[in-house]
Design a protein around this ligand. Structure first.
Ligand SMILES: Cc1cc2nc3c(=O)[nH]c(=O)nc-3n(C[C@H](O)[C@H](O)[C@H](O)COP(=O)(O)OP(=O)(O)OC[C@H]3O[C@@H](n4cnc5c(N)ncnc54)[C@H](O)[C@@H]3O)c2cc1C
Length: 463
């Protein structure tokens, strides 16, 4: 493509925000093009984020299960070992299958997929440099350029010994000693993978707790569980520098003795990817964190230019990006579209899993909202016993006056699946009573949610 091509809508960025927006727009009859600088569409999530990390979490968890948990079932698996190359190849295969699937979906929906680096030349016009060099114009343009790892000053990032999550998706061999900077979900997931595969892992966190932002009780339980598994945590650690010295990574924290390891994984958050896309050419000025500011219709300060997903900040999650993509194009095409920011679930895919939706206890207390709490431990659930893992609990927070569910927090086996029901309930403004009066199949882990809902009004049967 070398000439100027006109579309109804052009989406810049082919991640879960961009590709979902493009497909929905095409379904709604808009002549749509999508641009990504990688010929495998799917963005951070599919290529170097959600999917490859979960593939490694699953393989490493299976290895740990076979080593430590089969004995309780009377199964002797001998002395299992793992082949890292095959494990990594399996991860890559999953990524290739899924990204290939996105390219097919775009084709099937008649979305024009363009490969190259896009940059605004002026309003309604993007120049592409790469395989599909040229210029595209459109009445409406959605920016969905995602985010990049945030690197602290003083960290001498080399992408190998001192690297980010992408580096940590392909260590080979496993690090002997790994320092993870940042106890957020990415650091904990990838730290867990390599601990299971034999690395000695130390997680450094500047705050006085892990998983900042998550419900404090859940974070405390997680901290305890991870320590039991062998992850070491050092909280209140302000990293001042990390560099390779004489073949070792040396990390210096304020007021502490230096620490050293053979690899450092920097997981200090992500920053909106909004540089170098020509925002200045269209008069869009990002905020001081680099995020594009949008209104309720996802429109930037420039009419006809919209932005969604990680590049507008907020929860940097794939499903939030997709929700925004759909809402944005539905508003454009039909005048209606909506994202319920009160009911965006978030999951940490460690073992135990941690899942959350809605307000935490800390947020409710700070806002002065009176709430009632119902808790059910996994230990009270028959299915959890048969599955052989009773670590964890589900907690439901409901408005003290109306009983409306305000937040649900879970830690334990398949917590990420349990949260779907809670999210649905919150989307329909359900009360704890609604959940409690819904018949749940027995024996299932979902009964823990029902019991927690019963516990809100002091009527739990099994605790
Ligand atoms: C290790 C890791 C694990 C994660 N796990 C989860 C998880 O379990 N669940 C979850 O919900 N989220 C997870 N995330 C976060 C998730 O990946 C992001 O929130 C999500 O990908 C954001 O989607 P997006 O469409 O906004 O942007 P992205 O997925 O980042 O996509 C943006 C795309 O735009 C392209 N692009 C950028 N600039 C240009 C340009 N100028 N021209 C052309 N193309 C451009 C990029 O190459 C990229 O393909 C994880 C992230 C990481 C790093």
């Amino acid at each position: 493509m070398t000439s100027k091509t006109q579309f109804d809508l052009v989406v810049l960025g082919g991640g879960p925000g961009g590709y979902v927006a493009a497909i929905r727009a095409a379904q709604l009859g808009l002549n749509t093009a999508i641009i990504d600088d990688n010929e495998r569409f799917g963005g951070t999530c599919l290529r170097i984020g959600c999917i490859p990390s979960k593939a490694l979490l699953e393989s490493s968890h299976l290895y740990e299960t076979v080593r430590h948990e089969l004995g309780a079932h009377g199964i002797d698996a001998g002395h299992p070992s793992f082949d890292l190359k095959r494990m990594l190849a399996r991860k890559d295969e999953i990524v290739n299958t899924l990204t290939g699937g996105i390219n097919m979906l775009l084709k099937r929906n008649k979305v024009t997929a363009l490969v190259g680096r896009g940059r605004f030349a002026k309003e309604h016009e993007i120049e592409i440099a790469g395989r599909d060099s040229g210029t595209v114009t459109a009445k409406n343009i959605i920016i969905a350029t995602g985010s990049l790892p945030a690197i602290l000053p003083g960290i001498e990032f080399d992408g190998k010994w001192i690297g980010d999550s992408t580096t940590a998706l392909a260590y080979d061999p496993p690090p002997q000693e790994l320092i993870v900077i940042g106890a957020g979900y990415i650091g904990l997931e990838l730290g867990s993978v390599w601990r299971r595969l034999g690395s000695r892992v130390t997680v450094l966190e500047a705050m006085d707790r892990i998983l900042p932002g998550l419900d404090g009780e859940m974070a405390k339980l997680a901290h305890r569980a991870f320590e039991k598994q062998g992850l070491s945590f050092l909280t209140g650690m302000f990293v001042e520098s990390a560099r390779v010295e004489n073949g070792r990574c040396v990390v210096k924290c304020k007021g502490q003795e230096p620490l050293s390891a053979d690899h450092v994984l920097v997981c200090t958050g992500r920053t909106p990817n909004t540089r170098g896309i020509g925002l200045e050419a269209i008069g869009v000025v990002p905020d001081k964190r680099g995020a594009i500011v949008v209104d309720r219709n996802f429109q930037t300060t420039t009419p006809g230019v919209f932005a969604i997903g990680d590049c507008i900040g907020g929860a940097m999650l794939a499903h939030k990006a997709s929700e925004e993509g759909i809402a944005c194009v539905e508003k454009l095409a039909t005048g209606h579209g909506h994202v319920n920011y009160d009911a965006i679930p978030a999951i940490v895919y460690t073992h135990p899993e941690i899942a959350t939706v809605g307000k935490t206890e800390e947020q409710l207390t700070e806002a002065g909202v009176a709430y009632r709490k119902g808790v059910c431990p996994y230990g009270a659930n028959g299915r959890a016993r048969t599955l052989g893992d009773v670590t964890g609990r589900v907690k439901i927070l409901a408005d003290a006056t109306t009983d409306r569910i305000l937040g649900v927090h879970a830690i334990g086996l398949h917590a990420g699946d349990l949260i779907a029901e809670a999210t649905m309930a919150m989307n329909f403004h359900a009360s704890a009573e609604d959940l409690a009066r819904t018949c749940h199949a027995h024996p299932t882990l979902s009964e823990i949610v029902m019991e927690a809902a019963l516990a809100v009004s002091g009527r739990a049967i099994h605790t």
